[in-house]
Design a protein around this ligand. Structure first.
Ligand code: CP
Ligand code: NVA
Length: 313
């Protein structure tokens, strides 16, 4: 079985911790002469249906530092722009590269790509999940606080794709997570129930101040995600009480780790003084994307099922 990753559970039992351990190793060896190059001779395709700064850069640099060759693929630079089906593009990629990372809108579109492609396909963001970001957030938190167990995780704002992958991580790691959202932007109940069934303690509330009390990690995301531009006015007005302010930070633990996946909108979901303040680990989390991308690319490209494509004769 090739190693596709739509969601964090696809890493398997204990998979998140294995990736985090390997990421910590890659953080230690960065820039050193003995940095491993396990992707030497491998090409990795980075396919984006949506814009990206951090995901693209971290995957591209990670591939280079692992000795591989990244190829950026966008619809407008390929025959996809002239109507070639995603599945046909997937078959071409699968004959060429050792792994594909894919940023797109729907889960169904991601799954279509993964089904048709011989190489592993990794989710680089869909409307429903952003596992790569959450791996980097977890790595950053573990580096800052020395552990994940027993920490109080607090999410404030829209229950976005990033929040939903955090809920999944909370289940897989049995974390304590509170989300403060307006009712219209609360997380899907089946995903909350699934995390609870796995052993997470998940609280969903409308009270941001109550949620932030004693928090060890304070998280948020943009109020208008890619593809939601038409809902902008409605979202901004419903979400305006759910901003991470200095006042909210002062209710949290003095050692709180503030995270935001970026791009940030200062004065909307987070105030500038928090983003640039002493409890912000936002820029460290950007660098973490590099370490976790290395661990993930190695897991996928060199995992079971990998091999050069056989020719049909
Ligand atoms: N955090 C994140 O995924 O950023 P980009 O959209 O810039 O890749
Ligand atoms: N929720 C945001 C995350 C950006 C990294 C979006 O999907 O646009």
């Amino acid at each position: 079985m090739k190693r596709d990753l739509l969601r964090l559970a696809d890493l398997g039992d204990g998979g998140i911790v294995d990736i985090l351990d390997r990421s910590a190793f890659y953080a230690r060896v960065r820039g050193k002469a003995d940095h491993p190059r396990p992707l030497a001779g491998h090409a990795i395709a980075l396919l984006f249906d949506k814009p990206s700064t951090r995901t693209r850069l971290s995957l591209e640099v990670a591939t280079v530092e692992l000795g591989g060759h990244p190829i950026i693929v966008t619809p407008d630079s390929t025959q996809m722009s002239r109507g070639e089906p995603t599945e046909d593009t997937a078959r071409v990629l699968g004959r060429m590269v050792s792994a594909v990372t894919y940023r797109t809108n729907t889960t169904a579109r991601f799954e279509g790509m993964a089904r048709a492609c011989r190489a592993p396909v990794l989710n680089a963001l869909t409307d429903d999940a952003h596992p790569m970001q959450v791996l980097a957030d977890l790595h950053t938190t573990r580096e800052a606080r020395g552990r994940l167990d027993g920490l109080r995780i607090c999410w404030v704002g829209d229950a976005s794709n990033v929040a939903r992958s955090w809920i999944e991580a909370a289940g897989l790691l049995k974390l304590d997570m509170t989300l403060a959202t307006p009712p219209a932007f609360a997380p899907p109940l089946p995903e909350v129930d699934e995390a609870r069934a796995r052993g997470a303690r998940i609280t969903v509330t409308t009270d941001a101040r109550e949620a932030a009390k004693d928090a060890d990690v304070l998280l948020t995301d943009v109020w208008v995600s890619m593809g939601q531009e038409a809902e902008r006015d409605y979202r901004i007005s419903a979400l305006s009480p759910y901003r991470i302010t200095q006042e909210l930070v002062s209710l949290a633990s003095p050692e709180v780790v503030v995270l935001h996946c970026l791009p940030a909108h200062r004065g909307e979901e987070i105030d500038a003084d928090v983003l640039e303040g002493p409890r912000s680990f936002v820029w460290d989390a950007v660098e973490s994307r590099l370490h976790t991308s290395k661990a993930l690319l190695e897991w996928a490209a060199l995992g079971p099922g990998f091999g050069p494509p056989p020719f049909a004769v």
